[in-house]
Design a protein around this ligand. Structure first.
Ligand code: UDX
Length: 443
């Protein structure tokens, strides 16, 4: 099969590289020349565990190529995966401009009958629009089928998710088109769900909305736990044991970020609103998430009073571990709030500093050394549960900080461990730990 991937963002690149690894001939096209040059040289523009190795291997054996030339990308294509971005508009709706441009370009350059497969997350009905655009432009003698095939790749474990996903959703009313896609994915042995186009589009939004709901739900329970003196770790474990609920996505913290949940939840509220169904539950999920992100600064002020002129270290810039992505990362909002309060911020992150710098510039200091970030700080706010943070010896807070105050937005440490040190420790949904002795003295 000759496969073309339109859009070499996160989803397009992982999909293209993994499909080449399955043995297909894959051409990836993007308009960004710099990115394509980098990929042609075997370097990945994003950090994703295992991606660069697969990229190099498949470039090396000639199964994978990158181009900015639509003629080269589409002339031999049997299948085109659309994986361009659908960024959020100011009103929360998905911006479909890149999708429309991709559809037009495909229609202009194809020379075979093809299947167009939409990976991008698009509102219900968009695949019908893609079909209309292509039909209105393509040569009349060519057949084009449009299929919805949403992605469920998590950043940081996207390669694993591609090869060992829970399901593959194929949305089409044409069994022949579904059969071709089934054939492509056959080696993966992942369960395939075949639906109509609109249901496939909805499965993607509903999945992300449900996962976001689980997160906001556990964060609400965490807030109540704090007030009644319960411990969210024990509560989450207890409810997760019920197989109908499950343990996943019950990690309380400062909420969800990233390129999908914030955007997709808002888009689904809009999609529902457009059909006169106010999605109140999902609106609350979003509100709870916004509240969670502000918790660390609220807590810092409760402990330190004014933050003006005080040094605060921020541990973690990426929206989650094992990625350099800072899109909708809690860290960005927290930095903004800290700076508004007059704090002086030093941020630690092992790999996301360049991306964070593009947004935050020189407004804060950056370091890849966790100890360096803590020097003379009056509070440390944990925003990402990096292994480097989880496995940092707790002594470093006592040794390097002015006063060891940890506001842990990701519940990285066990309360029993923290209790052994002279640390003030505030986490999410768990009792606060206050030191039994102070840094320079016993009680
Ligand atoms: C998500 C979906 O999981 C994936 O299927 C989809 O296709 C793309 O969006 P991703 O954004 O990469 O993937 O990360 P994910 O692991 O889902 O986490 C999203 C956010 O939720 C992160 O900010 C994470 O910290 C937060 N989260 C996750 C919690 O706060 N608690 C949890 O229990 C789980």
């Amino acid at each position: 099969m000759n496969i073309t991937i339109a859009g070499v963002g996160y989803v397009g690149l992982v999909t293209g590289v993994c499909l080449a690894e399955l043995g297909h001939q894959v051409t990836c096209i993007d308009i960004e020349e710099e990115k394509i040059a980098m990929l042609q040289a075997g370097r990945s523009p994003i950090y994703e565990p295992g991606l660069e190795t697969l990229l190099e291997q498949n470039l090396g054996c000639g199964r994978l190529q990158f181009t900015t030339d639509p003629h080269c990308a589409y002339k031999k294509a049997d299948i085109v995966f659309i994986a361009v971005g659908t960024p959020e508009r100011p009103d929360g709706t998905a911006n479909l401009e890149y999708i429309q441009v991709a559809a037009k370009t495909i229609a202009q350059y194809i020379t075979n009958d093809i299947i167009v497969c939409t990976k991008s997350t698009v509102p219900v009905g968009t695949n019908d629009q893609i079909k209309q655009i292509i039909e209105s432009i393509k040569p009349p003698y060519l057949q084009v089928e449009v299929v919805s095939n949403p992605e469920f790749l998590r950043e940081g474990s996207a390669i694993l998710d591609f090869f060992h996903g829970d399901r593959i959703v194929i949305g089409t009313d044409r069994p022949e088109a579904a059969a071709v896609l089934e054939q492509i994915y056959l080696p993966l042995k992942t369960p395939i769900i075949k639906t109509d186009v609109k249901s496939a589009e909805m499965i993607k939004y509903a999945s992300n909305a449900f996962l976001a709901t689980k997160i906001s739900f556990i964060n609400e329970i965490a807030a109540i736990c704090e007030k009644v003196g319960a411990n969210i770790d024990e509560v989450a474990y207890g409810i997760g044991k019920d197989q109908r609920i499950g343990h996943n996505f019950l990690q309380a913290g400062i909420g969800y970020g990233g390129s999908c949940f914030p955007k997709d939840t808002k888009a689904l509220v809009q999609i529902a609103g457009n059909v006169q169904h106010p999605f109140e539950l999902l609106k609350s999920v979003i509100e709870v998430n916004n509240r969670q992100i502000s918790l660390p600064v609220v807590r810092a002020k409760e402990i330190l009073g004014s933050l003006k002129g005080k040094k605060v270290s921020l541990l973690g810039l990426a929206f989650k571990p094992d990625t350099d992505d800072v899109r909708e990362a809690a860290s960005l909002t927290i930095v903004k709030e800290l700076l508004e309060e007059g704090a002086i911020v030093t941020a630690f992150d092992p790999i996301a500093i360049p991306n964070a710098q593009e947004v935050l510039g020189n407004s804060i200091e950056y370091t890849t050394d966790i100890r360096q970030a803590l020097v003379d700080a009056e509070a440390a706010i944990i925003t990402t549960e990096w292994e480097q943070i989880k496995h940092a010896p707790l002594e470093i807070y006592e040794s390097y900080m002015k006063e060891p105050v940890i506001i842990d937005g990701r519940n990285c440490y066990s309360l029993k461990e923290v209790e052994k040190y002279p640390i003030t420790y505030i986490s999410v949904g768990r009792p606060a730990v206050t030191p039994k002795y102070t840094k320079n003295n016993s009680i």
